[in-house]
Write a protein that binds this ligand. Structure first.
Ligand code: NAD
Length: 497
């Protein structure tokens, strides 16, 4: 049944009934195609939305350029700050709509969607506040100036220009805002391409952007397929910067596409993050913590800690605890208050996750929890745990992007040996260390090649904390000051006085 029988707010119902066009130059305009978006928990259609390709991307980039050279570029800092804060207030008023749209489109449980809605409001206020703190420097003038004492050198921080922003389906609103908020704060204008699987929350945001009074063309939204609208945006000569979150395979395509005009590129890509459980770990903390490191967001989470290394002295105890936790997790529609885990985003993705589960069984890993799909509509895969995994198995090496944990038992407590195990991956996005000994924890953290490591917790990211990857997990950082820097150029100026 529709939404598994759960009710939605009248505002959400009304939104689903609307026609969803493209936002270009401050107007909702017709696209050249149409797609359907599904509720992954039921497989039923939610609504249709219009899509665009190269022609629409061309128009959106032209509108963004016009706004960059005109209204937005000339707007005062105070006005830019005020309009972003106004957007945050409108989003707060419409929090239920935004939360329910991500639940319906993505399948995520309500406790996650609610959290991301409040986080994105915080993010907009944070970057609105950061605008007044964008600062250049003064520097000693160069020696070849006739009289250095009668000269001045300083730097200006200037917006990079028109930014193309390509968003994945796993945390749709949050990933869009963590690109848009710093870009707009920096003074850029943007063309956003949401995932074709989860267009709705960003479309609702588009209306809020219009209502907040952003000048036309500052924010443009072009839905469409990656190979179509996404590719057109990443190769567009009028785009100065591409910020992309998605798979490492697509990230490499974005780099190739960006070479034509050497646009700046930020990439937040995949991961296979290590979770190091030391012999003295507090298991009361580690059992739920390590479980959620893997199973949060049904494992469709770039930060997921899916490679667990546990010392042999506590292996059996930890595995028993993790299996108990996994078996106790309630799977269900995201609208259900009690649901801890939702469905996989699509049939195709679910089939991929199940093929890793079958592959791990065939390779000789020991299944201790889950391993199967629920017998109901939607693709609900039980939280799955394998132990006796070895470093060469696909379940250990490859990003599965589903609720699948691969445990390896280790005999060593040597930090260099443990770090070598943790770093045996092309990725380097996240990771965690579980121990009561903070000296051990910090020494191991320093050895792990990753952009973000947590101690006695996992994936502890936040608006003000830089986040990004080493290695094939990406280029650059989002969130915090570094997230803003990613949309700024530095201009050095020397004046003979
Ligand atoms: P994906 O790469 O298939 O798609 C991401 C976005 O890119 C979508 O909007 C898609 O339409 C677009 N796209 C696809 N092909 C394109 C092309 N040739 N040119 C331009 N755009 C194109 O990834 P996905 O399946 O949507 O997301 C899952 C992946 O994202 C996982 O690998 C995950 O680890 C990664 N991810 C990373 C982070 C992070 O911050 N590091 C966060 C979330 C997701």
């Amino acid at each position: 049944t529709r939404f598994d029988g759960h009710a939605i707010a009248p505002q959400t119902e009304a939104f689903l009934g609307q026609t969803h066009k493209l936002l270009i130059g401050g107007e909702w305009v017709e696209g050249s195609g149409e797609m359907e978006t599904l509720d992954p928990a039921t497989g039923l259609a939610l609504t249709t939305f219009q899509t665009g390709g190269k022609a629409e991307v061309d128009k959106a980039v032209a509108a963004a350029r016009k706004a960059f050279d005109g209204t937005w570029g000339r707007m005062t800092v105070a006005a830019r700050t005020a309009i972003l804060h106004k957007l945050a207030r409108i989003m707060e008023e419409n929090a239920t709509l935004l939360t329910e749209l991500d639940i319906l489109d993505n399948g995520m449980p309500r406790f996650i969607a609610g959290l991301t809605t409040s986080n994105v409001v915080e993010m907009i206020d944070y970057y609105a506040g950061a605008i007044m703190r964008i600062e250049g420097t003064t520097i000693a003038p160069p020696r070849h100036i006739a009289d250095e004492t009668e000269a001045l050198t300083y730097t200006l921080r200037e917006p990079v220009g028109v930014a193309g922003q390509i968003v994945p389906w796993n945390v749709p609103l949050s990933t869009a805002i963590l690109k848009m908020a710093p870009a707009l704060a920096a003074g850029c204008t943007v063309v956003v391409k949401p995932s074709e699987m989860t267009p709705l929350s960003v479309l609702a945001l588009g209306q809020m952007i219009c209502d907040a009074g952003f000048p036309e063309g500052v924010v443009n939204i072009v839905n469409g397929l990656g190979a179509d609208a996404g590719a057109a945006l990443s190769e567009h000569p009028g785009v100065d910067k591409i910020s992309f979150t998605g798979s490492t395979v697509t990230g490499k395509r974005i780099i190739a596409a960006s070479m034509g005009n050497l646009k700046r590129v930020s990439l937040e890509l995949g991961g296979k993050s290590p979770v190091m459980v030391m012999p003295d770990a507090d298991l009361e903390l580690a059992i739920p913590g390590v479980s959620m490191a893997t199973f949060f967001l049904q494992g469709q989470n770039c930060m997921a800690g899916t490679r667990i290394f546990v010392h042999e002295s506590i292996h059996d105890q930890l595995v028993e605890g993790l299996a108990g936790f996994a078996n106790s997790m309630t799977l269900g529609h995201g609208l259900d208050m009690g649901s801890m885990q939702g469905p996989m985003i699509s049939d195709a993705h679910s089939a991929k996750v199940m093929s890793y589960i079958e592959g791990a069984k065939a390779a000789g890993a020991t299944l201790v929890a889950g391993g199967e799909k629920l017998d109901r509509p939607g693709n609900f895969i039980r939280p799955t745990i394998f132990t006796d995994c070895t470093p060469d198995m696909a379940v250990t090496r490859e990003e599965i992007f589903g609720p699948v944990m691969a445990i390896q038992k280790v005999a060593t407590t040597d930090l260099d040996e443990l770090a070598a195990l943790a770093n045996d991956t092309p990725y380097g996005l996240s990771g965690s260390v579980w121990t009561k000994d903070l000296s051990t924890a910090h020494r191991l953290v320093k050895r792990i090649r990753s952009g973000h490591v947590s101690i006695n917790c996992h994936g502890a990211v936040g608006t003000n904390i830089p986040f990004g990857g080493y290695g094939e997990s990406g280029w650059g950082r989002e969130f915090g000051n570094e997230g803003l820097d990613a949309y700024l150029e530095t201009k050095a100026v020397t004046a003979r006085l």
